[in-house]
Design a protein. Structure first.
Lengths: 447, 489
């Protein structure tokens, strides 16, 4: 027994430190390249950035070492690597816009958001010593989540940006409450499903050989899900609706282990998609823009122009990319947000896109691994829910840009410009690491 | 719950594999077609980073690129921009390319196949890729003389070397400065371009080859005369030339300019005199006698209804379709549906000047690689032979009388025989006539053929005729050509 636990005493913190070092090197190098190609390379400023990045990573590492010593060692470096690349490409886009006379400071602002994000990461690890505490807030989280989704439609508070009513204006800054609501709803689903999974799965009438849950067991879940979906559709935030629905079906499956429900859910989804594309003209237009993106008529009408310009950008990058600072990411609309993957594809090539997708895949798989390792059902559902949410989110936004699915607006975690998304995703990582600390902690130390 | 979580993680893996596949498809498999897509401005932008070759006139670069500190790396500079705009066109980051900048683009930017070895050399030597230089047939002194003589009247001048088909001058007026749209500051370029577009005098139109085609008026009588000579008439043949000619099938009559008679007495004149005085009634009757088919066949040989790429695309000079008898009479006078570009009219003069052989007109003398080796050199070629040398000589003699003591006296040059033909084309109700003049000189051994077209009476308004308005301009260009020849001789 003693030998076994001794082997497991290593929480992987040393590996994390080495990997973090690599990630920070990557961030500094990327930033240096971007500055160099824009002729703005000032060593003192690069020094400040390097010291800042090392300090930030060091602080995060120290907090993990003390407060979550057994947590997964790969998550933090992967996130720092993504975040570093994101800062570099945003700075790059600033230079590209500046060359055309448009003043932006995406890079600088995003750096501030990164610091805030890491601070919240630290705060979550400090304050939340056991993820099971969250289970107490199951219903609160559900209500908070729905309210947060509704905030942007409140007159005077919500603002419409680029056709989607998903922002609110607070203290002169716009923020996307939906990013945070996503976390709250995962907590709600996990908490609700872990309490009711048996009744959901086993009790209820049988129809056509399939067992359906009793309305009283299913009720709260359906209320939250449907209201969230209705709100998102009303806000024309189809990406969020898709993400949310995928998450719901996924967690329902994990909790009940019933594949038939997944089939049912996907069937309903298909019906909803067909219905939406016939009822709502803007959905049909998006469909058309996706299927016939390169059609001259669709292109010249402007419907697929964004998408196609993103494809042009990625294509010009080819296998190895133009190199940071050598492409024209400013030719793609929303290069800093929805189309950031096209900017990266152009300058870093397919190689860079593969590397970025692999980093996401590592984060997702580590979250799943955590879900398998952790012993309580609530933790399992939360970890797999958060991990799966990242997977769907990346699939929706990258798949939209690469024309796998119709384009819907969603942020690319840690890469796209935006404070809400940055902070929310750092909190997601903190939660996964908190759960993984529990999952990987030697059995005898568990209270 | 572990089993579904495992399945979920496999699903996540599949999602990422799909994304990786899609990215590979876009960035590798589909990349070539996306990069070649005309809507992809990126390819254009990449091209602007190359050192673009110069455009050369008389051994001097009139268009060249200089390195600048901007994302486009090079600024295109146009020396005497308005003077050469009709030939060079512009090279704009916003509005693309026109003129030689467009037609010779792949050579200028260095991507043409002909520059393969040059590119390979650059690659090994680590040099930046350079474009070829394009040498024009334009002669600076002729171009300047034509532009100066034209002044700010709306119109065009085209001068050809009848022996080779080289375009020695191609001027359109009013012109514009390509520098205005070649800048790198998009809003300024946009504003300049919109201003040029909104200009009612339409400076962006190249009237010499690609503007509205003009009714050639009496200049077209040369085509009819050539057809008549081929049909067996002599310059001295008597032809019907009444004071007023009634058109069959209509109540209309044809009259001469100013309503005067073509001859002092009687109803007939010689073919030579009819051309000298530009007698409308005589040529209308002659046209009806010859029939449209004979005139059309001749016009086709001179280049009508044919698309010329010099390599700039010239508009097609048009002929009427199946005109009836009165329409044929009007067409023989270069009215009705007969249309011609100034280039076409210059070709008409050049064919007569070159003993009946029409040389294919061209604008580019040679292409040189960045290390100054000749990659391509123009090879003069005969386009057609619309008439025999005898007929050409007869027409030349007739055209000499036009200048000596006919309607084209304003083109006379001391000590040089000039052959010419005037044209004054009606433009319909309210508009002043277009004034035309085509000429070549010296008549015995022509070195230049020139066509001048002035829209709507130019500075003279309703008083304008080809002889009064256009002939002096042709003379100025011919004098410049003769001076150049003397200087070289």
């Amino acid at each position: 027994m003693a030998t076994v636990s001794e082997l497991r005493v290593h929480g992987g913190r040393r590996a994390e430190l080495v990997l973090l070092g690599l990630a920070i090197c990557l961030a500094i190098l990327a930033r240096a390249l971007v500055d160099y190609h824009a002729d703005y390379l000032v060593l003192s400023r690069l020094g400040v950035f390097a010291v800042g990045a090392l300090a930030l990573a060091g602080a995060a590492h120290l907090v993990v070492r003390i407060y979550a010593p057994s947590a997964d060692p790969v998550l933090l470096p992967a996130v720092f690597a993504l975040n570093g690349v994101g800062l570099a490409i945003l700075r790059r886009i600033d230079y590209a816009y500046a060359a055309r006379g448009r003043e932006t400071d995406f890079g600088g602002t995003q750096t501030v958001w990164t610091v805030v994000g890491v601070a919240l990461f630290v705060a979550v690890l400090l304050l939340l010593r056991d993820h099971r505490m969250l289970r107490r807030f199951t219903y609160t989280a559900g209500i908070v989540g729905i309210i947060a989704y509704m905030l942007p439609v409140v007159p005077g508070l919500g603002v419409e940006i680029n056709g989607a009513q998903i922002w609110i204006s607070l203290f002169g800054r716009s923020m996307q409450p939906g990013e945070f609501a996503k976390i709250a709803l995962v907590v709600f689903f996990a908490g609700y499903l872990v309490s009711n999974r048996d009744t959901l799965a086993l009790a209820g009438p049988k129809v056509l050989g399939m067992r359906f849950p009793r309305p009283r067991d299913m009720g709260p879940l359906l209320v939250v899900t449907l209201s969230a979906l209705v709100i998102m559709v009303a806000q024309t935030d189809l990406g969020a609706a898709l993400l949310f629905f995928g998450l719901f079906v996924g967690l329902l499956y994990v909790a009940t282990e019933r594949i038939s429900w997944v089939v049912l859910g996907l069937g309903m989804f298909a019906v909803a998609v067909v219905a939406a594309s016939t009822i709502f003209s803007h959905v049909a237009a998006r469909y058309d823009a996706w299927l016939n993106a390169l059609d001259p008529e669709v292109y010249s009408s402007g419907r697929s122009e964004q998408l196609v310009r993103g494809l042009f950008g990625m294509a010009s990058g080819g296998l190895f990319g133009t190199g940071l600072g050598e492409g024209r990411p400013d030719l793609v609309p929303f290069a800093e947000s929805d189309f950031i993957i096209a900017s990266l594809g152009e300058e870093l090539g397919l190689t860079g896109v593969m590397a970025i997708l692999t980093l996401y895949l590592i984060i997702v798989q580590r979250a799943m691994r955590t879900a398998i390792g952790v012993r309580d059902g609530f933790g399992k559902l939360m970890a797999s829910g958060l991990g799966f949410a990242i997977a769907i989110q990346v699939f929706i936004v990258v798949g939209g840009v690469t024309r796998v699915i119709p384009l819907t607006g969603l942020t690319t975690p840690f890469l796209a410009y935006g404070g809400s998304s940055m902070i929310a995703n750092w909190i997601v990582i903190a939660l996964i690491m908190r759960i993984s600390d529990q999952a990987r902690r030697p059995a005898m130390e568990t209270p | 719950m572990n089993e579904p979580i495992r399945r979920l993680s496999v699903l996540a893996l599949v999602l990422f594999l799909i994304l990786m596949g899609a990215a590979s498809y876009v960035q590798v498999l589909e990349a070539d077609s996306l990069n070649a897509d005309a809507r992809n401005v990126r390819t254009l932008y990449r091209e602007y980073g190359n050192f673009r070759g110069p455009i050369i006139v008389d051994g001097e670069a009139i268009v060249y690129s200089t390195p600048v500190d901007s994302p486009f790396n090079y600024q295109r500079t146009y020396v005497d921009g308005p003077l050469y705009a009709s030939v060079t066109g512009y090279y704009s980051i916003v509005f693309g390319r026109t003129g030689v900048e467009q037609t010779e683009n792949s050579l200028l930017n260095g991507t043409a196949d002909a520059l393969f070895w040059s590119r390979l050399g650059d690659l090994f030597a680590g040099r930046e890729q350079e474009g070829a230089s394009v040498e024009l047939t334009i002669r600076a002194s002729l171009q300047a003389a034509a532009a100066e003589a034209l002044g700010d009247q709306r119109g065009a001048v085209v001068a050809l070397d009848p022996r080779t088909g080289e375009i020695l001058a191609m001027v359109t007026s009013p012109s514009y400065d390509p520098t205005l749209v070649a800048g790198h500051h998009t809003p300024t370029v946009n504003q300049n371009y919109q201003a040029l577009l909104a200009d009612p005098t339409r400076p962006l139109i190249n009237r010499a080859i690609a503007g509205d085609t003009y009714p050639p008026g009496s200049v077209f009588k040369l085509v009819v005369a050539a057809a008549a000579l081929e049909a067996g008439l002599e310059p001295g043949s008597e032809i019907f030339a009444p004071k007023e000619l009634a058109l069959p099938q209509t109540s209309n009559t044809i009259r001469n300019y100013g309503g005067v008679a073509c001859t002092a007495s009687g109803d007939t004149t010689t073919l030579e005199d009819a051309l000298r005085t530009s007698c409308n009634t005589a040529f209308a009757d002659l046209g009806m006698a010859l029939g449209w088919d004979a005139i059309e066949a001749k016009a086709l040989e001179f280049g009508w209804e044919q698309k010329f790429d010099i390599p700039l695309s010239a508009a097609v000079s048009q002929l009427p379709e199946n005109p009836d008898v009165p329409q044929t009479a009007m067409s023989a006078l270069g009215q009705y549906d007969v249309r011609a570009t100034p280039l076409q009219l210059a070709m008409l003069a050049a064919a007569i000047a070159n003993d009946g052989e029409l040389m294919t007109p061209y604008l580019i003398r040679a292409i040189r690689s960045p290390d100054l080796q000749v990659l391509e050199r123009a090879d003069p070629s005969v386009y057609s032979t619309p008439m025999s040398p005898a007929i050409a000589n007869a027409l030349t003699d007739m055209m000499v009388t036009v200048v000596d003591n006919g309607t084209g006296r304003n083109a006379r040059i001391e000590g040089v025989t000039v052959a010419g033909k005037t044209g004054t084309a009606e433009t319909g109700v309210g508009g002043s006539p277009h004034a035309h003049f085509i000429a070549f000189a010296p008549a015995e051994n022509p070195i230049i053929a020139v066509a001048v077209v002035i829209e709507n009476g130019g500075d003279l308004g309703d008083e304008a005729t080809g002889g009064r308005l256009a002939a002096p301009i042709a003379r100025a260009v011919i004098e410049a050509a003769l001076a150049l020849a003397r200087g070289q001789g």
